[in-house]
Design a protein around this ligand. Structure first.
Ligand SMILES: N[C@@H](CCC(=O)N[C@@H](CS)C(=O)NCC(=O)O)C(=O)O
Length: 237
């Protein structure tokens, strides 16, 4: 059984000069670990290395585990650190609503913006060029796109127009800005698990490869911009 004395390795999607990983889920997990004071190493890989085809995943002793929430529960159990300790039932419910808005809805909006807006797809393609061997690059890119379009189709978001998708993404951003208000973190002066989720999504929104209305909306909320700077300063510098 893995213990807190075993090395923890996080496999994350690579980043750019502006951000350690362009994946909101990888940035969420790494930020959560920084907030919890848990030491780890990071290796940047693409999806083909992951046991379920998604990033992040961890190696910890004999444990290989994908899924950020499952990993966070594993870390809380093993290290005895729970960022949500002391939250009321109501605060936990608020955290859930904010997390799901970002992980289930903004995630789909981001994927739509990446693969359905030509200029963004071109940026994503150039980002991937650094990590996919040149010999298979031209064959791999259409496969990556087809896989994501299939997911978008199953979800149903392909039924929406560009205006509708962007309005949905902006509405989520407005809701998070409203929920945060003037507090340093969602529930007050100290960060809890949901703050790592918020940072993962907002930091990758403003510094990732996808441009557009949702990014502009994040930048228009001074409290969200300040929040990103606060987490940068406390946990990433
Ligand atoms: N529920 C997963 C979601 C992880 C996820 O979807 N990660 C994206 C990168 S941001 C991914 O691996 N996408 C690959 C794919 O969907 O094929 C978690 O919380 O870890």
């Amino acid at each position: 059984m893995a213990t807190k004395n075993d090395a923890l390795k996080v496999y994350s999607m690579p980043g750019t000069a502006r951000i350690p990983s362009i994946s909101p889920f990888c940035m969420k997990l790494e930020t959560h670990l920084h907030m919890a004071g848990v030491r780890f190493e990071t290796e940047h890989v693409l999806f083909d290395r992951s046991p379920n085809g998604r990033l992040p995943f961890i190696e910890h002793g004999d444990v290989v585990m994908p899924e950020s929430e499952r990993i966070i529960r594993h870390v809380a159990r093993t290290w005895g650190v729970d960022l949500d300790a002391g939250l009321s039932g109501r605060e936990r419910h608020q955290s859930l609503l904010v997390r799901l808005s970002l992980e289930e809805t903004l995630r789909m909006v981001r994927t739509w913006e990446t693969f359905c807006i030509d200029e963004n797809f071109e940026r994503a393609r150039e980002y991937l060029r650094a990590f996919i061997p040149a010999s298979v690059f031209e064959m791999a890119i259409p496969q990556v796109k087809a896989r994501q379009l299939e997911k978008l189709d199953k979800h149903g978001i392909l039924e929406l127009s560009r205006d509708e998708v962007e309005a949905l993404g902006c509405a989520v951003v407005d809701a998070v800005a409203d929920a945060l208000g003037a507090r340093p973190f969602l529930h007050g002066d100290r960060p809890t698990g949901v703050d790592a989720v918020i940072y993962g999504f907002l930091a990758t929104e403003v510094r990732g490869v996808v441009e557009g209305a949702v990014r502009d909306r994040v930048r228009s909320h001074a409290n969200l911009v300040d929040f990103i700077g606060r987490v940068d300063g406390r946990y990433w510098s």
